[in-house]
Design a binder for this molecule. Sequence first.
Ligand SMILES: Cc1ncc(COP(=O)(O)O)c(C=O)c1O
Length: 431
Amino acid sequence: MSKLAALGGTVTVPTDRRHVPWPLVQDEDRKAVLDALDGARLVSDTDGVNPVSALEEGWARRFGFEHCVAVSNGTAALSLALAALGVGPGDEVIVPALSFIATGLAPVHQMAAPVFADIDPVTFNIDPDDVERRITARTKAIIPVHLHGAPADMDRITEIARKHGIAVIEDAAQAPGATHRGRPVGGIGDAGAFSLQVSKNIPTCGEGGLLVTRDAELAEAMRRGRQFGEVIEAGRERDYISYGLGWNHKMNALQAAFTIAQLDRYEEYERARQHNVTEFLARLAQLPGLRVPTALPDTTHAWHILRFRFDPAAFGLDGVRPEALRGTLRRLLRAEGVPMSQYQLMPLPDQKVFVDRAGFGSGYPWSVTGAPGTVAGEDYPVTRAVIADSLTLQKRHLHPGAGELLGLYADAFEKVWANRDMVATFAKAAS
Ligand SMILES: Cc1ncc(COP(=O)(O)O)c(C=O)c1O
């Protein structure tokens, strides 16, 4: 048994083999951006085809969406979708208790109150039963998040939404390319929002977002919303008339051109990623007390983030607090060169912005809806358990050539598990 790096043994992942860049910037990307710069169509409101409209068409064609509207980022995409669907003051929007903060902020940007629902312990996505429990007369929309790239239970969610007459906006920021029963996520609900932020599976060189929908009228409302409420039509001179409330949520041509070039290589990258991640997870699945992320039957997982849960009892550490085991494993794996990290330190409702009911003016939207305020530490037992007993791997596995590195990561996990007595000593002391 080899000695743990934390105790002076050899480090499993040598420093010079740790660096895997993401995004992967190649000559095609550089050329695309420079061509766009020389192309004189730098914004989306220019007449005719421009890189922004080309990205919208390319994205829709690649994944099978009917309408696609490019915007400045994924948060703006969520806000615009809510606005286009008529969600506003006095409304409630149900969102998962585990997500990136933007999912909870977007309703507040429309002066609607987010209402948090607990998650499923396996997919880490919103629990449809808890959604149903939290529906009130004020509920106007549900935002299921396909967290980490795993599709949410869209059958149940769309059924609940239909029954109660409420809208579904998919937060697919982390899940381009993921499918649920053969359908691309983002295209199942009324609207879907993607992020192209630089760390995402299909990135831009900075910030960007995309909205998709089957509904032509909704797409038009989103287009007006991103452009000051104006109607921009090919062949018609811009009239500068604002037909409704709008924002400036436009994407620029350089960001669009970069993503078009990345989209051309997406299939090749995705194939490699599926292969690398599947092999890696198959090795880790052999280790007792370690629960690896899985793709449910009839779904494709985009593997944006890999979340691992640790079970003290199955590890032979009955009575040890999950946080103590998680903290110990984090230290030992990081010492071996595996960059294990926590993704989300608390349930969304515990975020200070929501506990304080921060908003606009005299406490809007909270004072309008009288929506259940959140109290730190209250409720959401599954979300709390997942945060307490899990760690994540981010970004390193996205590179198509990451297979070898993931092999070293697996060696490191196996080494730490071979030293389980030592892990037990540390975890018991921490507990
Ligand atoms: C689940 C989720 N929703 C929304 C967003 C917001 O996207 P953006 O950063 O492009 O605004 C992100 C970004 O990380 C995300 O992960």
